[in-house]
Design a binder for this molecule. Structure first.
Ligand code: KG4
Ligand code: ZN
Length: 345
């Protein structure tokens, strides 16, 4: 079973080929960061147009790298949601046309399922079941993963996602978009404890998060600070510690509640070193094993989509589902709850 995966949900165009036996055979990615940087955030229309231009060369390159062609590909997987609708429609239209032309099944992949399964791309891969902390630019969720396709959201953010809070605070600090990684670098040289940041929702039971207040706290701290480089680094440090501590404590509670012995961290913020270190301590406290994808597969990529598509197709078997019998229904959804993730045809 060999699947080509196509990711276009936001500002990365990515294509990969995954083989059940050979593992990841190739992965290619074009980042649109330079395109959106001048605007301080993703401009959806520009994103869609750029995906159109990048897809075909990336597909050709990924196939060539994998020494594959239509004859050796068993399915075409694509991110069907959630994400920017225009960007999703480009990927969906492209992928389904390819599947139709090649006479192969098309597989709709849920973007967050891709993130959740990304650690399976690593040599040291988690077995099911596990608890996942999914922290990306659009989502922050604790998910109980009983098995492939069996997901239960235990808690999520009530307002901003963790990555969104990183990006917004980075902007306040004058860092270029997307600011998460840059803020993390700045925080390394900052002093702990100089500015007081709240620990949102820690005083309450439950597994919900709230991060929108932290950027306000950052703004207040910046206004009160002398504005020099050291003060900015201290604000970054205080902000990061508040996010990391909140994520770590809720994750600890979720591990205790579920009794799971494997913890997966996935999504762009999962690349954050301080978060990984803190989660390693939490996992050790709870006698759980910690798993995460390599840094480049924490953020959006095609490899996780090809992998998720391959696993879904294996579940379904080689016979195309009825929806795929020549179907050109795009099936893209800007909003698509993870727990609905049943029918993937
Ligand atoms: O998963 P992802 O690539 O895209 C979404 O599906 O949203 O996540 C992107 C998010 C951005 O908000 C970015 O700033 C954040 O991940 N991010 C980080 C780091 N690297 C990326 N946040 C904190 N520390 C990092 N090292
Ligand atoms: Zn993502």
């Amino acid at each position: 079973m060999r699947v080509i995966g196509i990711e276009t949900s936001c500002d990365e165009t990515a294509v990969a080929v995954y083989d059940r036996d050979g593992g990841l055979l190739s992965h290619r990615l074009h980042s649109q960061i330079a395109l959106h940087q001048a605007y301080g955030g993703v401009v959806p229309e520009l994103a869609s147009r750029d995906h159109i231009q990048r897809l075909l060369p990336l597909v050709r390159a990924a196939l060539a790298d994998a020494n594959s062609g239509p004859a050796t590909i068993d399915g075409v997987a694509y991110t069907a949601g959630p994400g920017l609708i225009g960007a999703l429609l480009v990927g969906a239209g492209f992928a389904r046309s390819l599947a139709y032309a090649w006479g192969k099944p098309a597989v709709r992949v849920h973007h967050l399922e891709g993130h959740l399964l990304a650690p399976l791309l690593e040599r040291r891969a988690p077995a099911f079941p596990f608890l996942a902390l999914l922290v990306s630019g659009g989502h922050t969720q604790l998910v109980d993963v009983a098995d492939l396709g069996r997901y239960r959201i235990l808690g999520e953010t009530l307002d901003d996602a963790a990555g969104e809070a990183f990006d917004k605070t980075a902007k306040l600090l004058g860092l270029p978009y997307p600011g998460g990684a840059a803020l993390a670098r700045l925080a390394e040289s900052g002093q702990s404890g100089r500015y007081a940041f709240p620990r949102p929702m820690l005083g309450r039971p439950g597994l919900e998060f709230s991060f929108s207040g932290l950027k306000t706290a950052a703004l207040v701290a910046l206004r009160a600070s002398p504005g020099d480089a050291a003060a900015r680094a201290d604000v970054a440090r205080g902000f990061q510690e508040a996010v990391v501590e909140t994520l770590a404590e809720k994750t600890r509670r979720a591990l205790t509640l579920t009794g799971r012995r494997r913890l997966v961290v996935a999504g762009g913020v999962g690349a954050n070193r301080s978060l990984r270190e803190r989660l390693a301590e939490v996992a050790a406290q709870c006698a759980a094993e910690l798993y995460f994808p390599r840094t480049e597969f924490c953020t959006d990529n095609g490899a996780m989509i090809a992998l998720a598509g391959c696993l879904r197709l294996m579940m379904r078997g080689f016979e195309p589902a009825p929806a795929d019998a020549g179907g050109l229904e795009l099936g893209a959804r800007a909003n698509w709850p993870l727990e609905d993730n049943v029918q993937q045809g």
